[in-house]
Design a protein around this ligand. Structure first.
Ligand code: S3P
Length: 437
């Protein structure tokens, strides 16, 4: 993919109604579970981002028929599920591109299979830590090879997996999901005891596909050997993508923006908690339950923000939103201190480094810490910023560009397509001013 550069120009105000890109976490899980269910699953509003498309290609390579109807406006994906034992040897490396989620979840699923597979990805994915999934999967009996605990991983056929009781070292929905997916074909019970609550889309969707699973707070348990039954899924908009519009509307004076159909899973709403603590006016309306998930419309009115302290569950429940929360902090009055956020260093880029560097270039006083940052609010100057090919860094600095003194040039933005393919189009529609080159 060739390099994409964003040029941002200060904007007047954000207004109107829009629906941001669909939820990436739910889209991945819908494809994976639909592929191993019995029967035909249909998915509306599936995220058509590069990450999910890579996931779909992986299952197609394993013999699953996944087709998209030809309606450009309202695409529906149909998956002919092959059942729990129906995946075929892919006969090629599975390239999951930039997607840590697809990589970790598919590794968990394939760990129990009777064929060999190799999973790989792009330059960023090749740097992501995988020992966190390799270790529990090996305890279950999986045969997984990796040179340094990073991709590529080779999975060899094993003699069946055995359920384990596991307490993940890192609080991670991806680790939890990898172990649960391995547990589907393992003998006996697989039990996860989380050190902290993480997003529970896998548990909710397993239930939605009719798979028996018991969940009690941080304690999750399932027994291998049951079946999934095809279902219909309508994917809500992604709060992680809405985050860029929420912060933009808050910091650009005179804005009022309505975001439709946003997933507000309580384990993902850290951004709303943090921004409200900073003084944000965010109204949640039309709350409803859709396919087991909390969904609502959000109305954002520009607000004067104040710095605050961010740690613990706040960070865990807003892990993907931290880059744009840092932009809000840099536009706020006073100081924001973030700690307990070292996981940010092993995302699509080292997000603590990328945000610190970018904000400093904008003229903001920032102190980089091992597990966070100290940010003093100020005025943004014109600058050139490297997004390090990280979609969320690119979009976060696009938001900063709306209130900068001049234009901002953001390098290496091509991976915005992994999670939010129509970001620039929607941003301009809402009153932001971004051109892509
Ligand atoms: C995700 C979980 C989070 C998040 C990622 C998506 C998921 O990662 O950062 O973007 O869909 O399960 P961890 O579970 O590793 O924290």
């Amino acid at each position: 993919m060739s390099a994409v550069i964003y040029h941002t120009h200060p904007s007047q105000k954000l207004h109107g109604q829009l629906r941001v890109a669909s939820d990436k976490s739910i889209s991945h899980r819908a494809v994976i579970l639909g592929s191993i269910a019995n029967g035909k699953t249909s998915i509306t509003n599936l995220l058509e981002g590069e990450d999910v498309l890579a996931n779909i290609r992986a299952f197609q390579a394993m013999g699953v028929n996944i087709i998209r109807n030809i309606d450009e406006q309202d695409p529906i994906y149909f998956i002919d599920g092959v059942g729990m034992d129906g995946l075929e040897s892919p006969g090629q490396d599975l390239d999951l591109g930039n997607s840590g989620t697809a990589f970790r979840l598919i590794t968990g699923l394939l760990a129990s299979h009777k064929f060999s597979s190799t999973l790989t990805g792009d330059e960023s994915l090749l740097q992501r830590p995988m020992s966190r999934i390799i270790e529990p999967l090996r305890q279950m009996g999986a045969i997984i090879d990796s040179e340094n605990g990073k991709p590529p991983l080779s999975i060899e056929p094993c003699n069946g997996l055995t359920g384990i009781q596991y307490r993940p070292v890192v609080a991670s929905a991806q680790v939890k999901s990898a172990v649960l997916l391995a547990g589907l074909r393992a003998s006996g019970e697989t039990r996860l005891i989380e050190s902290a609550l993480t997003r529970d889309h896998t548990e909710k969707l397993l239930s939605g596909f009719g798979y028996p699973i018991s969940v009690s707070g941080t304690d999750i348990c399932l027994e291998g050997g049951h079946a999934l039954t095809a279902t219909q899924i309508d994917v809500p908009a992604d709060l992680s993508s809405a985050a860029f519009f929420i912060v933009a509307a808050l910091i650009v004076p005179g804005s009022r923006l309505e975001l439709k159909d946003v997933g507000i899973n309580p384990r993902r709403t850290g951004i709303l908690t943090i921004l409200r603590r900073m003084g944000a006016d965010i109204e949640i309306t039309h709350r409803r339950i859709q396919g087991g998930e909390d969904v609502a419309d959000l109305i954002i009115t520009s607000s004067s923000l104040n710095g605050c302290e961010i740690s613990g569950d706040d960070v865990a429940f807003a892990i993907d939103e931290m880059p744009v929360i840092c932009i809000a902090a840099a536009a706020a009055n006073g100081e924001t201190i973030i700690h307990g956020a070292s996981e940010l260093r092993v995302k699509e880029s080292d997000r603590i480094k990328a945000v610190t560097e970018g904000l400093q270039r904008l003229g903001i006083e920032v102190e980089e810490r091992v597990d966070g940052m100290k940010i003093r609010g100020g005025k943004f100057l014109s600058a050139e910023i490297d997004s390090y090919r990280d979609h969320r860094i690119a979009m976060a600095f696009s938001v900063a560009g709306m209130i900068a003194k001049g234009d901002i040039k953001i390098m290496n933005c091509e991976n915005v397509a992994t999670s939010f393919p129509n970001f620039v189009e929607l941003a301009n529609q809402a009153g932001m001013w971004i051109t892509a080159e």
